[in-house]
Ligand binder design. Structure first.
Ligand SMILES: [Zn+2]
Length: 215
């Protein structure tokens, strides 16, 4: 069966693997009811990976659709995967991969793995920025300029223990709240070290460029 034979079988979604908007190749289709369809789909963009799509009819939107065609909402699985290439390109790719993995661990409730990947992300940032000291807490002190981040690092027991390599005990207590806090903290460090300096440089370039022109 050609997917193009039925307009309902031609739709665009965001590939959960490569993040590109694609009209997927439909490998298999299953109709649960005329308002609910399931598909095994293959990315037609850059990655060719397989994923799963469920499409439900949106009845309210269908009634108001002027073309008279039924409107469907697509749900793509696996859900909520953060792809490294979607993160700011000023961050080195390996560090983006680590952070994306940390974020994806949290979204599947793997909180200890999330915190462990955050540690790896921060440690790799510090090394990338030329940290000389051994303990992570000292490295944060050495490299990060933002005083608030330093204060948080010092007041967070888990971060302190990261420095002493005794994190295993504290990992037992990690719940979603701690995982979210550490993930947010890690993102702040990435912003502070990579994203903000680049943005400020661009602003500086724009302002000094204008100044020269007007002089
Ligand atoms: Zn893809």
């Amino acid at each position: 069966m050609s997917p193009k034979a039925d307009p309902q079988n031609e739709f665009s979604v965001t590939c959960p693997h490569c993040g590109f908007g694609v009209y997927p190749k439909l490998v298999a289709t299953f109709t649960e009811a005329n308002y609910k369809h399931h598909y095994i789909a293959q990315c037609s963009g850059r990655c060719n990976h397989i994923f799963f799509v469920t499409r439900d009819q949106d009845f309210a939107a269908s009634v108001h659709n002027q073309s008279g065609e039924d409107v469907f909402n697509s749900h793509v699985y696996p859900q909520n995967l953060l792809q490294p290439h979607r993160l700011n390109e000023t961050i080195p790719y390996g560090i983006r991969q680590d952070f994306a993995e940390a974020a994806n661990c949290r979204s599947i409730e793997a909180y200890k793995a999330c915190v462990t990947m955050c540690r790896r992300t921060i440690q790799n940032c510090m090394r990338d920025k030329g940290a000389k000291k051994d303990k992570l807490l000292d490295q944060i002190d050495e490299i990060v300029k933002d005083q608030q981040i330093k204060d948080i690092a010092h007041s967070t027991r888990i971060i302190g223990n990261w420095g002493a390599h005794e994190q295993e005990d504290d990992l037992k207590k990690v719940d979603w709240k701690i995982a979210k806090a550490i993930l947010d903290f890690t993102w702040r460090i990435l912003q502070d070290l990579y994203i903000l300096p680049k943005q400020l440089n661009e602003i500086k370039g724009t302002i000094s460029g204008r100044k020269k022109k007007s002089e």
